[in-house]
Design a binder for this molecule. Structure first.
Ligand code: HEM
Ligand SMILES: *[C@@H]1O[C@H](CO)[C@@H](O)[C@H](O)[C@H]1NC(C)=O
Ligand SMILES: *[C@@H]1O[C@H](CO)[C@@H](O)[C@H](O)[C@H]1NC(C)=O
Ligand SMILES: *[C@@H]1O[C@H](CO)[C@@H](O)[C@H](O)[C@H]1NC(C)=O
Ligand SMILES: CC(=O)N[C@H]1CO[C@H](CO)[C@@H](O)[C@@H]1O
Length: 328
């Protein structure tokens, strides 16, 4: 009797162990090297194509990284951000925050090259995840292996963007909640916000901090007053078109300067400044700014892999789109 129980509990433990291991090795069904058999050249085609684009236009790295983030936060990393609106549906990419989304044609062109080599095998969601990685690594950022096997969604809804994607006006409580809703913690929030070390923003995202912050002709007290003077020269009230470098001086290079800016109260958005309002995110900002980004590259790679797993479709869910802008 006692032996039976031992055997039973041993078997049970083994089962738990097997479940745990298969879950870690195969979380959400994504895995490194997913296309090795079905399309061996996929990753190198995507890398070469991305390098070709970025070497000609380094500023395109930022929108490709941002597009992967937008894809993952709205309905999971399922390529839904790439779908065009139709006569009966307004898609994610036509929402206000798309104002600056760029690079759709880059992804469409890479997809066309991949389709030529292996028709109907490689998803648009995976292409976007790889192009984001390749873009970052090409401008002095980290390189990481991307677990693959995402399938493409068939749905893209404009209004969902506002509910899922944090606004630049978000405070720390809202950011924490919106990241937690995607399985991302405070460290991920601080790390991934470091994506703002590259790229540009329209004045619209922060001009409220410069002129009439609370409706009393005031400015945002969490923004360095000297920086406000500089930003006012670039952005007049109501300016919706001017672009401002988010990390002035090195907006084309993936470095740790973002954290130095935030520590000096020069983060562009309220959401950047908000990282100083929580002890954990603040400690991360201070650590990276005072150690020349000692762990940022490694941390960014880790959090990107985590972000890349949000709500993915796998197995026979969704489809492999033929063209990234349209469902099959
Ligand atoms: C924490 C919440 C976040 C908020 C509120 C936010 C908000 C914004 C806003 C408002 C812009 C400027 C868009 C424009 O006006 O052109 C922007 C740009 C950008 N964001 Fe974020 N973002 C967040 C997180 C992230 C994450 C997680 C990444 C990637 C890991 C990222 C990468 C970028 C990049 C690369 C740009 C520059 C795009 C370009 O140059 O076209 N952001 N973000
Ligand atoms: C998707 O829509 C945009 C404008 O809304 C258009 O410029 C683009 O050509 C469309 N993409 C394709 C592949 O038709
Ligand atoms: C954050 O914003 C929400 C919504 O505007 C508000 O209810 C909340 O009080 C704010 N939290 C903090 C800490 O400012
Ligand atoms: C600031 O905002 C308040 C409230 O919205 C408005 O009444 C006032 O006219 C604004 N002041 C300026 C200088 O725009
Ligand atoms: C690039 C892109 O798709 N821009 C669209 C953003 O959304 C507005 C409507 O909100 C469209 O007019 C733009 O074409």
């Amino acid at each position: 009797m006692a032996t039976d129980q031992k055997i039973l509990s041993f078997l049970f433990l083994q089962l738990v162990f097997v479940l745990l291991v298969s879950n870690i090795g195969n979380a959400k069904g994504l895995r490194i090297g997913y296309y090795h058999k079905t399309c061996p050249s996929a990753e190198s085609i995507i890398q070469k194509a991305t390098y070709r684009v970025i070497s000609r236009a380094p500023t395109l790295a930022a929108p490709l990284l941002r597009m992967h983030f937008h894809d993952c936060f709205v309905r999971g990393c399922d390529g839904s951000v790439l779908l065009n609106s139709t006569t009966t549906n307004l898609a994610e990419r036509d929402a206000i925050p798309n104002l600056s989304l760029r690079g759709f044609n880059v992804i469409d062109a890479i997809k066309a090259e991949v389709e030529e080599a292996c028709p109907g095998v490689v998803s648009c969601a995976d292409i976007l995840a790889l192009a984001a990685r390749d873009s970052v690594s090409m401008i002095h950022g980290p390189y990481w292996e991307v677990p693959l096997g995402r399938r493409d969604g068939r749905v893209s809804i404009l209004n969902q963007v506002f509910a899922e994607l944090p606004a630049p006006f978000a405070n720390i409580t809202q950011l924490k909640q919106m990241f937690a809703a995607k399985g991302l913690n405070l460290k991920d929030l601080a790390v991934l916000s470091g994506g703002h070390t590259i790229g540009t923003s329209h004045c619209l995202g922060f001009v409220n901090r410069l002129y009439n912050f609370t409706g009393r002709g005031d400015t945002d007290p969490s923004l360095d007053p000297n920086y406000i003077v500089k930003l006012r020269q670039k952005c007049k009230p109501g300016d919706t078109t001017t672009l401002v470098e988010m990390d002035p001086g090195s907006f084309k290079t993936f470095d740790e300067a973002y954290f130095t800016l935030v520590a000096k109260r020069r983060g562009l958005f309220q959401s950047d400044a908000a990282l100083l309002d929580d002890p954990e995110t603040k400690a991360y900002v201070i650590l990276q700014s005072s150690t020349k980004g000692s762990t940022f590259a490694k941390d960014f790679a880790e959090s990107m892999v985590k972000m890349g797993r949000i709500g993915v479709l796998t197995g026979n869910q969704g489809e492999i789109r033929k063209h990234c802008a349209f469902v099959n």
